[in-house]
Design a protein around this ligand. Structure first.
Ligand code: ADP
Ligand code: MG
Length: 253
């Protein structure tokens, strides 16, 4: 279970408050979607979860399976089974995706994976994603298109087998067919591993047609202002992100 409570977060550089009393609990196996306009703090939330040094947590707690996540380092968070598919995956020159994965698997399992098994897994994962296998033998994301970078992230996910998956705008960069394909791969992963939880961050509801969320949250100005099911996503699509008077009343503003 991932439990975020009353998080208030500012940037370290200019002390800009971004998350503002943000709370959300994700139980084992649940799929949550957060929808919010640009600049509302969605990516900040994902980076806070992964202990980015760019952000300072002023108030609140994050418990991951009863552990205090805020006392962990990024590596420890990853070791606990969290995986972030970044909105804009960076290029890392000089390290190939396959070498990176071999080291990451060693760090995770404290055991060298058999090279033959590893190569077979690479083949299966890249085939599932229609990701040209040669791409994983070059520097991470170098020369890759936005969509290929997203596929490269999911490729890593398939090898590392995380328990908590945060998808920050998976849909950005992927064309319609690739998005559908990647979502099918994720649905298959979820089917094989029902205990896995998802946090999908998006501002379009299209991805939610492929991966069905149990809960949809509307996030405005650094906090959740409304929670519902898929019908809330449809409502947001139709009406936009305005916070209406009724919602304000509910949240005592
Ligand atoms: N490290 C940072 N330094 C300064 N401003 C930041 C930083 N990170 C985010 N911001 C600002 O905070 C707001 C929220 O950013 P972000 O979490 O990326 O929004 P979203 O993902 O919802 O579009 C934006 O206005 C962004 O420019
Ligand atoms: Mg973002």
């Amino acid at each position: 279970m991932l439990e975020m409570k009353h998080l208030t977060v500012e940037t370290v550089d200019i002390n800009k408050k971004i998350l503002n009393d943000f709370s959300l609990t994700i139980k084992e196996g649940e799929i949550h979607a957060i929808m919010g306009p640009n600049g509302t703090g969605k990516s900040t939330l994902s980076k806070v979860l992964f202990r980015s040094p760019q952000y300072r947590v002023l108030e609140g707690t994050i418990a991951l399976d009863k552990q205090d996540l805020l006392s962990l380092s990024t590596e420890e968070v990853a070791r606990c089974g969290l995986f972030l598919v970044m909105q804009d995956p960076p290029v890392i020159e000089g390290v190939t995706t396959s070498d990176f994965m071999r080291e990451a698997l060693y760090e995770k399992n404290k055991e060298r994976v058999n090279l033959y098994t590893f190569m077979k897994e690479i083949g299966t994962a890249s085939q599932k994603l229609s990701l040209k296998e040669e791409l994983v033998h070059q520097s991470i994301n170098q020369g890759l298109s936005g969509g290929e970078r997203k596929k490269n992230e999911i490729f890593q996910l398939l090898l590392l087998k995380p328990n908590y998956i945060v998808l920050d705008e998976l849909d950005s960069g992927l064309d319609v067919d690739s998005l559908k394909q990647v979502c099918e791969v994720l649905n298959e992963y979820k089917k094989e591993n029902p205990h896995v939880s998802f946090l999908m961050i998006t501002h379009y509801s299209r991805i939610l047609e492929y991966i069905h969320p149990d809960f949809v949250h509307k996030m405005v100005d650094g906090k959740i202002v409304e929670t519902g099911d898929l019908s809330l996503a449809k409502k947001i699509e139709a009406e936009g992100y305005q916070v209406n008077e009724h919602t304000k009343e509910l949240f005592h503003e």
